[in-house]
Design a binder for this molecule. Sequence first.
Ligand code: G3I
Length: 333
Amino acid sequence: LPALPSRAAPRKVPFGAAIQSDLMNGDPAYRQLFVEHCDLVMPMNALKFDLLRPTREIWDFDPADKVVAFALEHGKTSRGTCHVWWGATPQWVKAIESPSEAERVLVEHIERVGDRYKGKLLGWDVVNEVVANDPIYENRSLRDTYWLRTLGPRHIPIAFKAAASADPSAQLALNDYDLEFKGPHYDERRTIVLSIVRQLQDANVKIDAVGLQGHLYADKEIDVDALDRFHRDLDALGVKLLVTELDVIDWKSPAGPHSQDRTAAALVTRFLDALFSFKPPELVISWGLTDRYSWVNDVMPRPDGAPSRPLPFDRKLRPKPWFELIENRLATV
Ligand code: G3I
């Protein structure tokens, strides 16, 4: 691997990344990148409901076991994502119409999975993306999902309670996107997150953290003041803030590695400054490490056909300026 510029100082806030278990064996240099640069390595997809339990009969723990063992063998921590997510509900679950049966399946799933990784994971994204995508326009606060339609909003406390009973010391988080930007739409999303946290706490349900996914966009303005306020509001509720899926969707920046990387560095700086102005987040996790593999390449490709550059290392596994920037930020708390 190319030599890295030396770090300003050891990190005071841990840095981690999500890894794709299916690529770990085929690409040893990819795997090694996580060994070299991460304090935490978590499965990007392997702990999602549909992959763990594709049918009622089949449980497939192998890919997730492999990642968790890899992290622990290398002296790193790991965490789990995610028990409840609209994007990973298997068809066989969606076919269940009875609320009591759906609740049984959900609780059984969370208890079994939570128990299997008890003591091995720092914590879990218990619910992922439960806030409505566009609450004002849609005139709803929660996303319309199988779980909401079948169990109502109580699926959220049900999931948190099951996760706490399976692994009492796990840090339990609500994870969501679009919580960083400027505008009424994003204000509303932040307000909804705070209200879910308060409702859980009022019902004596344990919630320890809120995960900001941190998918940043070249064409969305980060609201520094609102983010600072949100951080303080969470802190006042005794809830930690994590950055869980940091990357940069650079499709609206001028093409070219230099300009794309400059855009990314500016965004990441603004984002971290906004968070750190109150206090450091608990963890910063990027959604992958290298541009070689990213959902952004597949789902959000640049309209001009130029390669996207969403992650801190490029396709040749060379660190970009924004990796250095993160290193310095996490070292100087
Ligand atoms: O591994 C197979 C490969 O063998 C096959 O050829 C290919 C064909 O489609 O699929 C590959 O699996 C894909 C997998 O990513 C690995 O790349 C799945 O189809 C694809 O559904 C899966 O997408 C993941 C997605 O969540 C759905 O689980 C992305 O990697 C992952 O980055 C994305 O992550 C989400 C977070 O969980 C929540 N926040 C948004 C974020 C980005 O969408």
